[in-house]
Design a protein around this ligand. Structure first.
Ligand code: CP
Ligand code: NVA
Length: 321
């Protein structure tokens, strides 16, 4: 499959991006296809400012961010729109003002919302009560924008996605959940290796298994890193203590001590496997410098692809057509 030749069937205008579980495989491929096209156009110096001309997008952050903030601000600007950064305390979502009221007021001012916050229910509330598209820029449960960039990166380095294998090592967190969802939708075998107490929640695993059944791929949840990495085309890890869990950092460092991706662990995957990390990385904890800076690491391609994947999402959900 060539993403640049992909012929989409999906309709996106005014939809949301909340979990990706409600997107069909065709819709996900359409996002990736447009991301690849926008990336190529950008590299060729083509103008893209007609796509969001005159559109305003609110970017709400109640958790820290570097990549998500910068890539959305730059992405909106490259598409000719205007992005407004709104910090958590400023908006006081659910405290200063109800989610219902925020959704309705923002719907009168802007053309779309991107939000990074703790509770998935707040993101879904904005989508439910407002009249404009809402994009999830990370919650405690999901990180759909990140995994779109991740699968674009896997495609760029390995070609056709279906039949590939991605292994995730570490915490059964928002990244593990979203990777399980997108991989299982696209027929990529996914294996998650975590300490038993940190396995992903059963509800997300069962969604992924249902998706994988339809796609003809597999979902494996294990405590055994070697089992997860066997035959893997991509090895992925993430911090052991996600944002909001900083108080557990020391306990988690002990609990995850055997789950570091180092050179010996990376050798358990295919010899040409790529290494992925959503970043920020805690070098020396979940990953070593040797792996981060080694020949198999494509983490900066992956970070760049946040920009292209999110531009595709913005264009499809709120762009001119
Ligand atoms: N990967 C990612 O979302 O990075 P930030 O937390 O810096 O936005
Ligand atoms: N699991 C991490 C991802 C950061 C992009 C967190 O939620 O902090």
């Amino acid at each position: 499959m060539d993403l640049l030749q992909y012929k989409p069937k999906a309709q996106f205008a005014q939809r949301h991006l909340l979990t990706l579980q409600d997107y069909t495989p065709d819709e996900i491929l359409q996002v990736l296809s447009l991301a690849a096209k926008l990336k190529l156009q950008r590299k060729l110096g083509m103008d893209q400012t007609h796509i969001l001309r005159g559109k305003n997008v609110a970017l709400i952050f109640t958790k820290p961010s570097m990549r998500t903030r910068v890539s959305f601000e730059v992405g909106v600007q490259q598409l000719g729109g205007h992005a407004l950064y709104i910090s958590g305390p400023e908006i006081g979502l659910g405290t200063r003002e109800s989610v219902y009221d925020v959704a309705n007021v923002l719907s009168r001012f802007v053309d779309g919302i991107m939000i990074r916050t703790f509770h998935q229910s707040d993101v879904e509330g904005l989508a439910k009560y407002g009249q404009i598209p809402v994009i999830n820029g990370l919650t405690d449960d999901y990180h759909p924008c990140q995994v779109l960039a991740d699968l674009l990166t896997l495609y760029e380095h390995k070609g056709a996605l279906a039949g590939r294998k991605l292994a995730f090592v570490g915490d059964g967190n928002n990244m593990a959940n979203s990777l399980m969802i997108i991989c299982s939708k696209l027929g990529v075998d996914v294996a998650i290796a975590t300490p038993a107490a940190y396995a992903p929640q059963a509800a997300y695993v069962s969604w992924a298994k249902e998706n994988a059944k339809a796609a003809g791929s597999t979902v494996t949840i294990t405590t055994d890193i070697a089992e997860a990495l066997r035959g893997a085309d991509a090895v992925y890890t993430d911090v052991w203590a996600s944002m909001g869990m900083e108080a557990e950092t020391e306990k988690r460092a002990r609990d995850f001590a055997d789950y570091q991706v180092n050179s010996a662990v990376l050798k358990l995957a295919k010899p040409d496997a790529i290494f992925l990390h959503c970043l920020p990385a805690h070098r020396g904890s979940e990953v070593t410098d040797e792996v981060m800076d080694g020949p198999q690491s494509v983490v900066f391609d992956e970070a760049e692809n946040r920009l292209h994947a999110q531009k595709a999402v913005l264009a499809l959900l709120m762009g001119a057509r």
